[in-house]
Structures are given as C-alpha cells and as structure tokens.
Design a protein around this ligand. Structure first.
Ligand code: HEM
Length: 547
C-alpha cells in the first residue's frame, strides 16, 4: 500500500458547518462519519462490522475518530499489531507524548480520560520505570503455586454455586462469572476476607463508570491500603507480600496502586472470558458435545474464546515515539494507535476461515504482547478453565433459559460484555466445603513428584497425590489427562542435576566434560502403605486437575 499520512491530527475537529449539518440517518454510508469522512468508532453500534469495513477500505491500519472527533489509528492486522506491541523503540504507552493531549484537544471530562490520563503504574510506564514495577508483579506471579490455585478456584466455585444451586435457576453472569474471579483474586492478593457482594459491586461500578464509581474506587482502595499496611507489618507469601518485599523497594502508594491495577484488570477480563466460554457451551451443542466427548479440552475451549471474543477488544493506547511506518501507513511522531485484539484476531491473513477451530493455538492477541504482555494470563486461564469445568461437573444438566437471540451484549470501544446468561438445572443441595482457603503460596513447592513411573507396588494414587498436589504444575480439563503420560520425563529432569555433579556410583569424582551422564532411577516419594485403590481413576483425575 502506498504510504500516506494520517489526516492532519490537530486540524480536524468539526467546524461550524459540520455542526450545522444534520446527522445522516443510520443505514446511510455517511452515518457515523466525522470530519474527513473518517469513521467514528464511538458511534458504531456494530464494531465488528465496522472493523471489517475499515479493513476493506484502508487495509491493516485505518484512520478513525473517537469521542470529540479525536483522530487515532486503529491497528486491524495481526502482524501489524505484533509489530506495534513489540517495537518499544517506536511505540510506547506513555500518553503524555500524544499530540492530541499536547495540543490541548482532549477535554478533562473526555469519556476515555481514565485510560488516557497518565498514571504512575506499569500499564503506562516505559523503560527502567516499567521494569521496576513490572519486575515486582512478575515476581509475585512467578511465586504462584498453580496446583494450589486450581484447588482454591474449585473451592470458590463450590461456594459461589452453593448460593444458587437449590433454586434450580440462575444468571451465570451476575451470580457466577462476576463473582468467581473476585473471590479468587481477593485470595490471591492476600485479602480473602474482603470478598463479598459489596466488593463485586464496587468493581462493577468502577468498570462501568457509573455515578458511584468514585465512591467505589475509594472503597476498593481502602481495602488495598489496609492490605498493604498489614503486609508491611507482616510480610506473607501472597501477591501483596511479594510486592511489599520486592527488592525494587516499592512505596506503600506504589504497592496499593498496583494491587488495584491487578485486581480490576484481572476481575474484568476474567469475568468476561468466563461468561463468554459459558455462553458458547450453552448456545452451541457441537461445542458442548466436543467438550463432553473429549475432542476438545477445557483449556482449548478457553483459547478458542480468547481468539473469538478477546475480553479486552482494544487497549487504549500506544503512541508513536518518532515518525515511522506501520502496515504501509506513515505514522507521525505523537500519533495515537489503538491496539485492537478483537479485529486483529480475525485478520483473514491468519484466519482465512474465522469459524475454524483454533485447536488450542495460543498466538491470539488477547493478552497483548511485548513488554506490556499480560503478566497474569495463566492465573486468568486457570480461573476460567476451572470455573467452566467445575461448574459443568456440579450442574451437568445446566441449560439456557432463553434463546440465543435473546442474549445481549453491552459494547464499548474497550470491551463487549454479555449482559446476562439465564439458565436452569435440576435443583441440588449445597455442597460442603471442607478445606478452608489458605495462603498456599507460602508452601514450599516440591519438585520430587512423579506420576506412574517407579511407583512401588502397592503405592496408592492418593499418596502420589500428596506429593503432586504441591508441585505447582498446571493441569487442564478432563481431556488433558491423556497428556499426563508425557509428564514424568520432564518432571524427573531436575533429579539428573545432582547425579551429574557427583558422577556415577558412590563417592565417584566429577565426570569429564561431555561424558554422558547415566540416568539414576528416580527415588519414589515416600508413600504410606497403600490401601487397595478405590475409585482410583477418580482420585487420579482429582489429583491431576488439582481439585
Ligand atoms: C483472561 C484474563 C485476562 C486477559 C484477557 C488480560 C488481558 C490483558 C491485556 C490485553 C493487557 C494489556 C497488554 C498490552 O498493553 O499490550 C493486560 C495487561 C495487564 N494485565 Fe492482564 N489479562 C487477564 C488477566 C489478568 C490477571 C489475572 C492479572 C493479574 C494477576 C492481570 C494483570 C495485568 C497487568 C498488571 C497488566 C499490565 C502489564 C503491563 O503494562 O506491563 N491480568 N492484560
């Protein structure tokens, strides 16, 4: 495509003539167009369709307008999106360099101001500053024991489902998808007791920007500030504890602000993903039978929805640090660019058939990429996977109470939210939840677990489960059990370390460099004398899933 310039950024706002002209009616090609004939994203009632029209008209990078007719590029191509997020020398997320802001075109009450206003946090920072904040978050995420997390998510599922299981009907958006991620994230951050209806309501408010959003933000911040103070006094191994004790030396303000980013980003995205997967299971019998029949694992189902309905349709925004080129367009220093996973994930150059099954392929852009790529993606995946799997196990006959056409979405440039998901099922009694949640991150991860190999005769699966339950290896849905066979070889690898250090035999000296190291048989974990295995397959499944 011939390089051409973005329409002059500061000179476009509508003139008096434009204001006087009546708005063309819906259906007219000029409807939803602003100065220069550019599409107004914020006026579209069908953004998916608009993105496809823009792709056809402009190619992978299209000029558009947002509220107050501020010009912006929307990046529609998959490759161009990757280039955008992976070129920190050319593009950054520091809004202070945006021409529209520098030229005073952005009003203080602009609807996107919460995304536009620069804030001292990792999502807006670059370079050393970003590395400092992001390093603390990455350390906290890296300490996650994913097997314990899966178990905790399952317990949370049981608690949340207990609240409506006897009724035989529920709205899986407001009663389930919007609760589970908050219950889990409060636990992950280190404040399990703060999870309640009020916290869920406050997070909803903040995301929707209702008139009580400011009070809700104050409510959430107060809880996070209390948590920060508690961890400063007594550091524990939860997320907040890791932020407080990270060598970067974050201040209390930095810790509580980053806890807020994590809580709200995680809550909104995960609730959205969970609702989208459940909707697909309920509206598409083929999808559900593939899941039930094992042709598709729950993780694959989640990945499919991350392609089809990324929880954040777009991320506002990236800014050009210098004059450059993207997708054949000349981008000028200070131009703003909308990173847009929703249209980029259906770029025909990577998905010629948008209805095709992506089979667990993870190269979608739902988690972004480059230095700002979502650090919590595996936590989000676990909440969604267990949230779907455990719900379907608990309510296997759950069915939609309305037709697919009656399900509606609210849509903004940033995201698309399912409004409700009414279902019915056979009423069931509440389920006892025996184990109280704890701060499992503090438990030392054991590495000496194994499955199936070298297990002495008579050793029970249950005993193996004791070791495996602490190993922190991510699992999957039911069908991932098949993958278990591949695990022992990897899992026993660390044990070859000591063998190579001391050499073969007892008391042998170091091996000459390059000498092949004989594989020592891996000693089995200590096991209790086994009772005859009862329901061994079920217990194995429970152990493998982590719940
Ligand atoms: C399904 C769930 C999730 C989705 C789809 C999602 C998606 C995203 C996306 C698209 C970004 C922006 C990437 C960019 O700017 O290029 C992001 C950033 C971020 N996410 Fe997530 N996220 C999810 C869950 C989580 C969870 C569970 C956590 C915390 C444990 C988390 C913490 C963050 C943080 C701190 C950032 C900012 C990172 C930075 O700017 O360096 N997210 N996420």
């Amino acid at each position: 495509m011939t390089p051409e310039s973005h329409p002059p950024t500061p000179d476009l706002p509508a003139g008096p003539d434009d204001d006087a002209r009546p708005e063309p009616p819906p259906g007219c090609p000029a409807h939803g167009r602003g100065p220069g004939g550019l599409a107004r994203l914020h006026e579209s009632d069908d953004l998916k369709k608009l993105y496809e029209n823009l792709r056809a008209e402009h190619g992978p990078v299209a000029p558009v307008l947002i509220h107050d007719d501020l010009p912006l590029w929307v990046v529609l191509g998959h490759a161009e999106s990757q280039q955008l997020v992976r070129s920190p020398a050319q593009f950054c997320k520091d809004s202070r360099i945006w021409s529209a802001l520098r030229d005073g075109l952005v009003k203080p009450d602009h609807p996107l101001m919460p995304h536009i206003a620069w804030q001292p946090m990792c999502a807006h920072a670059e370079g050393e500053e970003h590395r400092r904040w992001r390093g603390a978050i990455d350390t906290a995420v890296a300490a996650t024991d994913f097997r314990s997390l899966r178990r905790h998510v399952n317990r949370s599922v049981q608690r949340v489902v207990n609240r409506f299981c006897e009724a035989g009907e529920a709205d899986l958006v407001s009663q389930y998808a919007e609760h589970l991620p908050m219950a889990v994230m409060c636990h992950v951050l280190g404040m399990p007791d703060e999870y309640d209806d009020r916290m869920v309501q406050a997070a909803r408010d903040m995301i929707r920007g209702t008139e009580t959003a400011i009070a809700s933000n104050a409510f959430v911040m107060a809880a996070l500030e209390r948590l920060t103070a508690r961890r400063r006094a007594e550091p524990l191994g939860d997320f907040a504890g890791h932020l407080v004790s990270h060598p970067a030396g974050l201040t209390d303000e930095e810790v509580s602000q980053h806890l807020r980013v994590v809580l709200i980003a995680a809550y909104e995205a995960t609730a959205n993903l969970l609702a989208n997967v459940l909707r697909q299971v309920l509206i598409d019998p083929r999808f559900r039978s593939q899941l039930n029949g094992g042709q598709m694992t729950v993780p694959q189902a989640v990945e499919q929805l991350l392609w089809d309905e990324p929880p954040f349709s777009t991320i506002f925004a990236y800014y050009a640090k210098q004059d450059t080129e993207l997708g054949g367009r000349r981008i000028r220093k200070g131009d703003g660019l909308l990173f847009a996973p929703a249209p980029a994930n259906v770029d025909p150059r990577v998905r010629p058939d948008p209805t095709a099954d992506m089979q667990g392929n993870r190269s979608h852009l739902a988690f972004g990429g480059g230095t700002h790529e979502c650090p919590g993606q595996d936590i989000g995946r676990v909440i969604a996977e267990v949230g779907v799997d455990a719900l379907l196990m608990r309510l296997p006959d759950v069915e939609l109470s309305v037709t697919e056409e009656e399900l509606t979405f609210t849509e903004s440039i940033a995201s698309r939210h399912l409004v409700s998901l009414p279902v019915h099922f056979t009423p069931r009694p509440q389920q006892e939840i025996t184990q109280a949640p704890s701060h499992e991150n503090e438990a030392p991860a054991r590495r000496d677990w194994q499955i199936g190999v070298n297990r002495p005769r008579g050793a029970s699966v249950g005993a193996g489960a004791e070791a495996g339950a602490e190993a922190g290896v991510g699992g999957g849905g039911p069908a991932t059990v098949a993958a278990a066979a591949a695990v022992p070889a990897q899992a026993s690898a660390p044990d070859t370390g000591p063998a190579s250090a001391v050499g073969p035999g007892s008391g042998g000296g170091p091996l000459p460099a390059g000498e092949p190291v004989p594989q020592r048989p891996v000693p089995p974990p200590p096991v209790a004398e086994a009772a005859p295995p009862r329901g061994a397959w079920q217990r194995f499944l429970r152990w493998w899933r982590g719940y």
